[in-house]
Design a protein around this ligand. Structure first.
Ligand code: ZN
Length: 634
């Protein structure tokens, strides 16, 4: 008897007839109860949690399509029912899930409107209402996601149902055996990827590219070496939206991967944004595009977003839970629970074991963990960051000295993460008068990424969350900021006089930052401040390491030599990565549960150093494998 048949029996037993259940379907890792009476479950709101508890499966209630109102009929009803005080800006219908998302200008006012009952929308239209804060600018990647959902309802319903059949297929019981195959970002930083296999399943964790890679052999994950066919994969899990963790994913889809992708809710729009920009920049700069927009749209259809902290079946013998890793919006540690609890792996992804202005500190409490896979970007003993107060003082002083002498400050930033942290820091210090007032120019893509931050306040730090959700503020808006949304407005940023400029990419590998770099680097009165990690092999790393001349390719493929005479500084204290002490403290907290530690995502010397420190200090076996190794974990 398969799981679905036994579920039907149990559920029919437990749910009263007036619930109006018509059928039970898999919806990816969830079990969907279709009902003609969705309001019933809202009134009896203990039924579903009780079922989830007793069955240990994710269960969700969906409206039977025959009673779901057409979008054209539902739209005016919903418009009427949502109080005007909330400032409804847009409705997005997702027919595959019978959910409607309302983007609201003032969702924080909902507590002051006791008469507004979202359940009335469900009862009158069949659509379940999801509320989202709308942001000051619209995000084209969020729009792409909603449009893709809308144009692929039947396709996605079918995809989710088939994915469910696979996830809940019956187990072939074999002795538990777990192996990790390292495909990228071991003894290096970039193209993060690893394959976890059991006799039952194959799961890919991360699928990034190496931004400084010189050939495809060292730019992309070594799936060729792993020698698996893509339809053997049960799932791909993405820890966070940075390019070195996800940018190869659409290529995987182009080559035939048609199974589920799991990531946190904000990771989907952020990675869509970055991938779309990646191929746009490649085409502008005449580089080879490894995939196109169609592959990105297919990726959206195959992605199943997960909230933090929810246990989700991804194959017959593997469950995963994503938790906050404190690195960027939506960044997650991935906890894999394998077999009947026989082995637990925690993959940290990139993590920050300290709170920042933007995010809360990483989660460290895991019920069980035998194998830890930790990053080691700052894994050398000397990688200790000064305290945050010192870092900010130093940053403010550097900028002030350049602005006073009429120079410009260029801060290269990845669009996601450091950019938003720096916006908060600059705004706070200018408001307080410690940082000289000057115009701050922010390049277009950063502001779209920022808009996505505003749409997911529940993933931000406690303080920002309450400023957005309780006070209705937008903490990323500031009178000092000018958004550069067209190349022609770069001229304004570059006219004589003091200014601060934030632009992508963070490692000077393409993007608008290069325009500014060309103008700013030659003059001694200007300054560049690097606030994020620079991968060896990138232009950013060469400049940071003191190159006084660098070569830049111009339009038409000519190469130009550029003198770098400006001040170049590095400030590590704003990093979204844990420093050496923070990594060791994190491991110290997990220690009683750990059997072994694998170290990845660091330069060779740092991974080796960190593995040594861990085995000496905690007396736990710790390894730093190379790319293309297979290790038995159990
Ligand atoms: Zn990252």
């Amino acid at each position: 008897q398969d799981l679905k048949t036994s579920l039907v029996n149990v559920l029919l037993h437990k749910i009263p007839a007036e619930a109006g259940i018509t059928r039970i379907e898999y919806e990816g890792p969830r079990i969907a109860l279709y009902t003609k009476n969705p309001g019933f479950f809202e009134l009896n709101d203990q039924i579903v949690p009780d079922l989830v508890n007793s069955m240990k499966k994710r269960i969700i209630v969906r409206t039977e399509p025959s009673i779901l109102k057409d979008e054209e009929d539902a739209r005016p009803i919903i418009n009427d029912l949502i109080p005007s005080e909330l400032g409804l800006k847009n409705l997005f219908f997702d027919g595959a899930l019978s959910e409607v998302t309302a983007a609201l200008e003032h969702p924080h006012l909902i507590d002051k409107l006791p008469d507004f009952k979202p359940v009335s929308i469900l009862e009158k239209t069949g659509w379940r209402l999801i509320l989202r804060k709308s942001s000051h600018i619209s995000s084209s990647s969020l729009n792409t996601i909603y449009q893709t959902y809308k144009s692929s309802e039947d396709e996605r319903r079918k995809f989710l149902s088939e994915a469910g059949e696979k996830i809940f297929r019956s187990k072939v019981s074999l002795a538990p055996e777990i192996t990790i195959h390292t495909l990228g970002s071991f003894k290096e930083v970039g193209r993060s990827s690893m394959l976890i296999t059991t006799p039952e399943s194959k799961i890919l964790l991360d699928c990034g590219i190496h931004p400084g890679g010189k050939s495809s052999q060292d730019s992309y994950p070594r799936l060729d070496w792993a020698n698996i066919s893509l339809d053997e994969l049960d799932a791909v899990v993405i820890s966070h939206a940075h390019m070195d963790h996800q940018a190869f994913l659409p290529a995987l889809i182009k080559y035939g991967y048609d199974g589920p992708i799991y990531c946190s809710e904000p990771t989907l729009p952020l990675m869509t944004l970055l991938q779309t920009d990646f191929i746009k920049v490649a085409s502008v700069e005449g580089r080879q595009q490894i995939y196109d927009n169609r592959d990105i749209r297919n990726e959206i259809k195959q992605t199943i977003v997960l909230p933090y902290g929810v246990v989700t079946d991804v194959s017959p013998d593997i469950k995963i839970v994503l938790n906050n890793s404190g690195h960027i919006l939506g960044s997650s540690t991935v906890h894999l629970h394998i077999g009947d609890g026989s082995h637990n792996i925690v993959y940290t992804g990139d993590y920050k074991n300290e709170r920042t202005m933007l995010l809360d500190s990483t989660t460290w409490s895991y019920p069980r963990v035998e194998t830890l896979i930790t990053e080691s970007t700052y894994g050398a003993k000397e990688d200790i960051m000064p305290n945050r107060f010192e870092v900010e003082k130093n940053f403010v002083n550097m900028i002030n000295s350049t602005l006073t002498s009429g120079g410009k400050v260029l801060i290269p930033v990845p669009a996601v993460g450091r950019a938003q942290e720096m916006m908060l820091v600059i705004d706070r210090y200018m408001k307080s008068g410690q940082l000289l007032e000057s115009p701050v120019f922010i390049e277009g893509m950063i502001s779209e990424a920022t808009a996505i931050h505003v749409s997911y306040p529940e993933y931000l730090s406690r303080e920002l969350r309450s400023r957005i959700l309780s006070e209705g503020e937008d903490p990323f808006l500031s009178d000092y900021f000018t958004i550069v949304d067209h190349p022609s407005s770069r001229d304004e940023a570059l006219i004589d006089g003091p200014a601060i400029i934030m632009a992508t990419s963070g490692m000077l590998e393409g993007g608008p930052v290069l325009e500014y770099f060309r103008q700013i680097a030659p003059s001694e009165k200007n300054r560049m401040i690097f606030v994020s990690y620079q991968i060896p092999g990138t232009l950013g790393r060469r400049v940071l390491d003191g190159s006084s001349q660098v070569s830049l390719s111009e339009d038409g493929g000519r190469v130009k030599i550029l003198d770098v005479n400006c001040e170049v500084n590095r400030i590590e204290g704003f990093s979204g990565h844990s420093d050496y002490d923070q990594i060791m403290r994190f491991i110290g907290k997990l220690r009683p549960k750990l059997k072994q530690v694998l170290v990845n995502h660091g330069e060779r010397r740092k991974t080796e150093n960190l593995a040594n420190s861990i085995s000496r200090m905690f007396r736990i076996p710790a390894y730093s494998p190379n790319v293309q190794e297979s290790l038995r974990l159990l």
